[in-house]
Each structure stands twice: as structure tokens, then as C-alpha cells.
Design a protein around this ligand. Structure first.
Ligand code: NAI
Length: 329
């Protein structure tokens, strides 16, 4: 039998946590032969609720669940962890400015980054889901790597929900099965500024952009629909997306750990300067994954429309980075 993998989930008592933990424990993220130990972090006032979730996890009698702990101490939660899902974050409250949201979250991700940098397994794979996820990942990376144990490339942000949302819209428009669609890219920030680039998408060898043959639809329907999907879910459900976010987190980690078999997937990763994106910024890129590593898909032609969109979402990330610069100094 395989040795268990330690998986940390923060915000374990939250909505996404409730959709995520059971799927991790059932083997959907790391494989049906991979035991896991869950290390659950949440705030002191949420510990009772975390205990309730753990009771339900027990009641599932998952064969792969080799252990679990709950804590409000990041040093304990991240100890020896090999996969860390940073879901918990400070939500935007009434009257809260964007700048306040950034600063409040910067504090959380500085503390958690420091704990990862000191206590996690040096090869830990970190996925930040809590928003603003690209900049939170940037902060965790900057703080953690000061300790010299964990590499910057191990810090990623979740663009996979945008990727999956875009795939579904393309499937509906083209009439093709969603499973047949390959080679989508979502560039940039996980925010309405992200750029879902469908120029390379194929379905059974056919170019999907050519099949759709409607640039007005791309600009005026597709991009706004994907960009504002989160708000549309809140409007319809009265709550933000949780099950689809958890599903995307599972997809992101599963592909990173187990490989994408040559297919492109979107991950928010520290730029290496590819496509003119400044080094270190956490930006959505097309990647392929194998042997636990991701590699940016190179050589894609960037036309003028795409470059404008890529710069627009980059500009927002640069502003967010400037907004937290003093906290990282
Ligand atoms: P929620 O409010 O239901 O749960 C958040 C949990 O995090 C709560 O249990 C809270 O106590 C906990 N928490 C807050 N601060 C914490 C800290 N410092 N340490 C540990 N735990 C802490 O929120 P939900 O719906 O689960 O969403 C979580 C985050 O995910 C939000 O920031 C949301 O914006 C983000 N999100 C990101 C998506 C993406 O595509 N990247 C998609 C959907 C949501």
C-alpha cells in the first residue's frame, strides 16, 4: 500500500470546504489507490463546525482516509504537508474597499506563507483558491520562499474554474461534447478581466473558432459570460459558487500530480517571462503537466486582440501587486 499523502485544506468549515473534503477523501484528487491524511485549518470560532465536518467524514468510512486533524494554528496545519489548498480567505464585507480586501488577505497569506515556508514538505504543491487568489498566491510565495526551502514554482492560483466555465460555453455554442474540446487557454487574473482564448481550441480535429465563426459572439457574449459567471451564480443561488470551485480545485491538483497526458490545462503560476508577462507575477498560462511538474505551452501566436486582453488583465495584477508591496517589504 502507498504511504498516505498529507493534504492541508484551509477554510475547512466553509462552503467550498464542504464540497471539497469528501471528494479528496474518496480519492478523486490523488487517485483511488492513494491514502490521504487531512489537516484542516480554520479560525478559532469555526473549530466546532470543522469538528462537525470531520464527524461526517468519519461517517463516510472512506477506505482512503488515513487520518485527520483540525487546528487553528497554521504551524500545525502545514506541518509536513505535501498538498496545500488555501481556500479560506477574508470575504469582502459591506462597505469594504478593494484595497482593504487586498490588505486583509495579504495578512492572512503572509502568515500562511511563512508557515508553509518553515514547516511544509519542501516539495509541497500549493493551490490558492481564496480571493484575490493570484495576488494571495503571490504573497504566500514571496513570504514562504524567504525561508529557502520551498521553490516559488510550487505556488499556484486557481484559474481552472474559469477554464471549465469557458469549456462549457464553447461546447454549448459549437454543439460539440465538452469532453472533445482541447487546447483552451485562460490568460491572466482570476477576475472578470481574465482572457479566455479559444483560438486554438479543437474538437475531434476541427478548429472550434472556425466552427462557431462569430467574432462578435466571442467579444460580446463569450468573454463577458465567462468573466461574470461568478456574479451570475451569486445572483441565481444567493451564494457564491462552491461545488464548481471545489471541482476545479480537484481538477487542478489531480492534473498537476497525476499529469495531463499531453493536454493543455490552465494554471495560475509564477511567470518565467514567457509571452512578455513579467517574471514572478502569478498569471494564468496554458500548461502541460507530467511527473508532478508543469510546463508552459510555448510558441503560441499572440494577435493584437489577444495582446490587448492579456495586457489588460496583467495591468490589474500589477496594481494588486503594488497594493501589497509595502506589506512584503
Ligand atoms: P466561506 O465563507 O463559506 O468559507 C471560508 C472559510 O474560511 C470560513 O470557514 C472561514 O472561517 C475560513 N477562514 C477565514 N479566514 C481564515 C484564515 N485566516 N485561516 C483559516 N481559515 C479562514 O467561503 P467559500 O465559499 O468557501 O469561499 C472561500 C474563498 O474561495 C473565497 O475567498 C472565495 O472568494 C474564493 N473562491 C475562489 C474561486 C476561484 O475560482 N479561485 C471560486 C469561488 C470562490
Amino acid at each position: 500500500a502507498k504511504a498516505p499523502v498529507r493534504v492541508t485544506v484551509t477554510g475547512a468549515a466553509g462552503q467550498i470546504g464542504y464540497s471539497l473534503l469528501f471528494r479528496i477523501a474518496s480519492g478523486e484528487m490523488l487517485g483511488k489507490d492513494q491514502p490521504v491524511i487531512l489537516q484542516l485549518l480554520d479560525l478559532p470560532q469555526a473549530q466546532k463546525a470543522v469538528k462537525g465536518v470531520m464527524m461526517e467524514l468519519e461517517d463516510c468510512a472512506f477506505p482512503l482516509l488515513a487520518g485527520m486533524i483540525a487546528t487553528d494554528d497554521p504551524a500545525v496545519a502545514f506541518k509536513d504537508t505535501q498538498v496545500a489548498l488555501l481556500v479560506g480567505a477574508r470575504p469582502r464585507g459591506p462597505g469594504m474597499e478593494r484595497k482593504d480586501l487586498l490588505t486583509e488577505n495579504a495578512k492572512i497569506f503572509t502568515v500562511q506563507g511563512a508557515a508553509i515556508g518553515q514547516y511544509a514538505d519542501p516539495n509541497v504543491k500549493v493551490l490558492v483558491v481564496g480571493n484575490p487568489c493570484n495576488t494571495n498566491a503571490y504573497i504566500a510565495k514571496a513570504t514562504a520562499t524567504k525561508f529557502g526551502r520551498v521553490k516559488p514554482g510550487n505556488f499556484t492560483a486557481m484559474l481552472r474554474l474559469d477554464h471549465n466555465r469557458a469549456l462549457s460555453q464553447l461546447a454549448a455554442k459549437s454543439g460539440r461534447d465538452v469532453s472533445s474540446l482541447k487546447s483552451l487557454v485562460v490568460w491572466g487574473n482570476h477576475s472578470p478581466t481574465m482572457y479566455a482564448d479559444y483560438r486554438y481550441v479543437t474538437s475531434n480535429g476541427d478548429n472550434v473558432k472556425a466552427l462557431i465563426n462569430d467574432e462578435t459572439w466571442n467579444r460580446d457574449t463569450f468573454l463577458p459570460t465567462v468573466g461574470k459567471r461568478g456574479a451570475a451564480i451569486i445572483e441565481a443561488r444567493g451564494l457564491s459558487s462552491a461545488a464548481s470551485a471545489a471541482n476545479a480545485a480537484i481538477d487542478h491538483i489531480r492534473d498537476w500530480v497525476l499529469g495531463s497526458n499531453g493536454e493543455w490545462v490552465t494554471m495560475g503560476i509564477p511567470s518565467d517571462g514567457s509571452y512578455g508577462i513579467p517574471e514572478g507575477i502569478i498569471y494564468g498560462f496554458p500548461v502541460t503537466t507530467a511527473n508532478g511538474e508543469y510546463k508552459i505551452v510555448q510558441g503560441l501566436e499572440i494577435d493584437e486582440f489577444s495582446r490587448d486582453r492579456m495586457n489588460f488583465t496583467l495591468k490589474e495584477l500589477e496594481e494588486e501587486r503594488a497594493g501589497v508591496a509595502d506589506l512584503l517589504a
